[in-house]
Design a protein around this ligand. Structure first.
Ligand code: HEM
Length: 425
């Protein structure tokens, strides 16, 4: 490489790092060129995100996969309390005392308890009900004009499913959803943190209350099962139960909701691929895996931190630094996926390869449920409305703008369900 090339590369990497740190508008609209640049020139990149805690961003597939399983890169929030407080404030601690923010042996204990209640049988038993909820939501959609599929379909479906699974009564769901939306949308400004604290306080009070009610009156749902396990084995304290409820509720619907949106968007903007899926429905499961690779709903895995100085590709990540794994970047790494920027519903060998559900001990516990929901949602939507179109052009799509987000998803998804009805008017 010439000296000029080296300088160009460094400049490009610096610009990419700065765009990622600031969460610039262009980067939010299309983060993939920034990730490509970082993978090439700064694959373990020091960022200064708006939350003020220096973070090392890992963008290559091999490094990402290794980091997600590296015991030196911890998920234990109590071992990084100062950073955690700076980023999220006090209010998050009580909600995050769950498997997602812990290391073994605590992680193993908490995950095993949920796994024992979250059995494949319980998941499979949800199938007819998921279909029913999907059909009811589709019945309510109006084909007479453009509709935004996110609030009318993509969000309510997984929210109703996870609420029914947990056992949150129907009349209480709107309130819970409202607070969850605040948590999902908060950035790192002082004002945002205040809003976050209010929402998290409300959720904490709500969870404490519903746990108390279900303890008084045994129920057959997942929360009832968790309470029984807790009472019989004493394996989880009250705080852990409350935050387990939170992680299931939050992780269990935002991710799936945004993924339904990303799937519909990408299938509608790759019409030839959608035609292939419609002609051969057996392709759908693979198409869903391809959406998770190409435009998954989790852009960055959750926070980790270095328990010791760790060197990855000549970059030293000092002990105590925050580490983020850019799953969206790893899934577009040309070293791992051929033509990674091509959306190809027939791509082979995806399920065990993409990192869209994470990897290692924290691999998504809800993956089987999410896959089932995705299949039912997409099959039903496209069967009912085979001519569905985007109501605006693809480049007008509004992607989530929160800087440095965990999620990759759309703000809106306006579609026309049946263009012939519009033309007829
Ligand atoms: C398409 C939808 C989904 C996607 C893309 C997704 C993605 C992920 C990812 C990437 C992780 C790992 C995070 C990390 O290592 O930092 C994760 C963990 C987790 N997910 Fe999901 N998820 C989805 C749906 C669900 C559902 C439906 C549930 C529950 C019902 C769920 C529950 C969890 C839980 C509890 C964890 C933490 C596991 C642990 O720490 O051991 N997820 N998910």
């Amino acid at each position: 490489m010439t000296q000029l090339d080296e300088r160009d590369t460094t400049d490009a990497a610096e610009q990419a790092a700065s765009a990622a740190s600031r969460g610039s508008a262009a980067y939010r609209a299309n983060p993939y060129p920034v990730y490509a640049c970082l993978r090439d020139s700064a694959p373990v990149c020091r960022l200064s995100p708006p939350h003020g805690v220096d973070t090392f961003l890992i963008t290559r597939y091999d490094d990402a996969k290794a980091a997600l399983t590296d015991p030196r890169i911890s998920k234990d929030m109590y071992a990084a309390m100062d950073a955690y407080h700076t980023i999220f404030g006090d209010s998050s601690v009580a909600l995050d005392d769950n498997m997602l923010f812990s290391d073994p042996p605590k992680h193993t204990r908490l995950r095993r308890i949920v796994n024992s209640a979250f059995t494949p049988r319980r998941i499979e038993s949800l199938r007819p009900r998921i279909q029913e909820i999907t059909d009811e939501l589709l019945d309510r959609l109006s084909a007479d004009g453009p509709v935004d599929l996110l609030p009318t379909f993509a969000f309510p479906l997984p929210l109703i499913v996870i609420c029914e699974l947990i056992g949150i009564p129907e009349e209480e769901r709107e309130e819970v959803q409202k607070w969850c939306a605040v948590v999902a949308r908060t950035g790192f400004s002082k004002e945002d943190k205040e809003k976050l604290a209010v929402a998290e306080g409300a959720l904490r009070d709500y969870f404490a209350d519903i746990i108390a009610r279900k303890r008084r009156e045994a129920t057959d749902d997942l929360l009832g099962a968790l309470i029984r396990t807790q009472d019989e084995q004493g394996a989880m304290n009250d705080g852990e139960l409350l935050s387990t409820l939170w992680v299931l509720l939050f992780a269990g619907h935002k991710t799936t909701a945004y993924l339904i949106g990303n799937a519909v968007f990408n299938l509608l903007t790759h019409r030839d691929q959608l035609r292939e899926v419609l002609a051969d429905p057996e392709l759908l499961p693979n198409a869903i895996e391809e959406v998770i690779r190409y435009e998954g709903s989790v852009e960055n895995a959750t926070f980790r931190h270095a328990l010791e100085d760790i060197t990855i590709r000549d970059t030293v990540i000092p002990k105590g630094s925050l580490v983020q794994v850019a799953v969206a970047s790893a899934n577009r790494d040309p070293e791992r996926f051929e033509a990674p920027d091509t959306f190809d519903v027939k791509r082979q060998g995806l399920q065990s390869a993409h990192l869209g559900f994470g990897s290692g001990p924290h691999y998504c516990l809800g993956a089987p449920l999410a896959r089932m929901e995705m299949r039912i949602a997409l099959t039903s939507l496209f069967e009912r409305f085979p001519d569905i179109e985007l109501a605006t052009s693809a480049h007008e799509a509004e992607w989530l703008k929160v800087p440095f987000p965990a999620f990759r998803g759309l703000e809106k998804l306006p579609v026309v369900l049946d263009p012939s009805r519009l033309l007829a008017d």
